[in-house]
Ligand binder design. Sequence first.
Ligand code: NDP
Length: 454
Amino acid sequence: MSDALEVLNPATGETVATVPAATRDDVDAAVTRATAAQRTWAAAAPADRARLLRRFAAAVDAHTEELARLEVLEAGHTIGNARWEAANVRDLLDYAAGGVERLTGRQIPVPGGIDVTFLEPLGVIGVIAPWNFPMPIAAWGIAPALAAGNAVILKPAETTPLTALRLAELALEAGLPEHLLQVLPGRGDTAGDALVEHPDVAKIVFTGSTRTGKQVMAKCADRVKPVTLELGGKSPNIVFADADIEAAAAAAPMSFLDNTGQDCCARTRILVQRTVHDRFLDLLAPLVEGVVVGDPADEKTQMGPLISQAQLDRVRSYVTDDLTAVRGIAPDGPGFWYPPTLVTGADPTAPVAVEEVFGPVAVVLPFDDEADAVRLANATEYGLSGSLWTRDVGRALRVSRAVAAGNLSVNSHSSVRYWTPFGGYKQSGLGRELGPDALTAFTETKNVFISTEA
Ligand code: NDP
């Protein structure tokens, strides 16, 4: 270890921990250990693997409050959200454990014999996680990868390594074999890159920016290494005139302010049919102004700080002085605070309207009719999520099918549920995570033909 990561409390800017950063040599050693652990794990009876994963889930369950407090400390998440996130890790592990004994191949009718397929583990999986949801996003990779018989090396974001390190300890306490799940905090261009380049890492699961995701994908292409990418988003929230406008307005603030807008599914482009635009804005503006921003450990807080000074600078750069904006309030003083912000009257092609800001900022844009709404919704390089509000079932289905995004939600703002597949169209990503097929993404299909004519 040659370097150290300084972990800051985003609400105060104070250092809360210093963690050694993994080097390329550390990654090499971890891969060697993981390779051995994976062979033993894959050879264990499925029922035993499932039981150990359930024990891991139970250990997480017993420590949800501790994990949640760590998340508040290093990521500035509100305590309510952080508790949900820790519980989500438990649920992801339980759900994946249920798949271990159901990971079946097929028997396919062929002439001259019997044909069967086996779903075999890939080996060592590298999970590169971001800082916006450090625990759940890490677990989206860890839980199904382990369940399918793989070992995992997790590189958390350098700003948020603490919950990941604690999860690895809990895995060991629960009885998972040593070195099966290893956490290597480190820098992306060192530890992350070493995982991507390592010949014995069989697959990379990456969540983060589209820019870095493209670099990871290019390096994986060199080695024909499978990669799952969960990247950026600029998701629309389409409000038609026939919708329950009060309900749509009431739901809109937290659809882009939750997690201080640092959410790849944040509904940051609010598209409103022109005939109800002003009424909708009159309802929405006071709600945005009234959002409670402050100490994330306070149960009443709805929105905490941004993750870092760099993120604060990035968000500020998008809300330029020439824009008209409705602003909520945010604390003064230390920490990385930015108020809830609603930009109105912006050019639909302005950077704030098409690029991922990753902060508590949304634009409100009018549209004329259904075709115009779909055109605007699709006028971005991203395609991760989206919502639409209407009382017309036919329109709900037509528009859901017409918007080029992986996760659509009607009269609600749901995106990520561990039961259902999640992933992006266009430059929002590649592949799907979660849902009933999550384990399959961590297997190779092997086909075996057995002749009955010999
Ligand atoms: P990055 O994409 O750079 O970081 C995501 C993860 O990738 C981190 O663990 C990072 O490590 C790692 N990483 C960075 N460079 C490499 C590399 N060359 N090889 C392998 N891994 C690497 O995002 P940022 O943290 O820089 O955030 C910038 C923007 O990205 C945000 O403003 C937001 O728009 C978007 N973003 C989107 C996310 C999403 O959920 N889709 C999540 C996070 C960010 P390290 O922490 O050391 O940099």
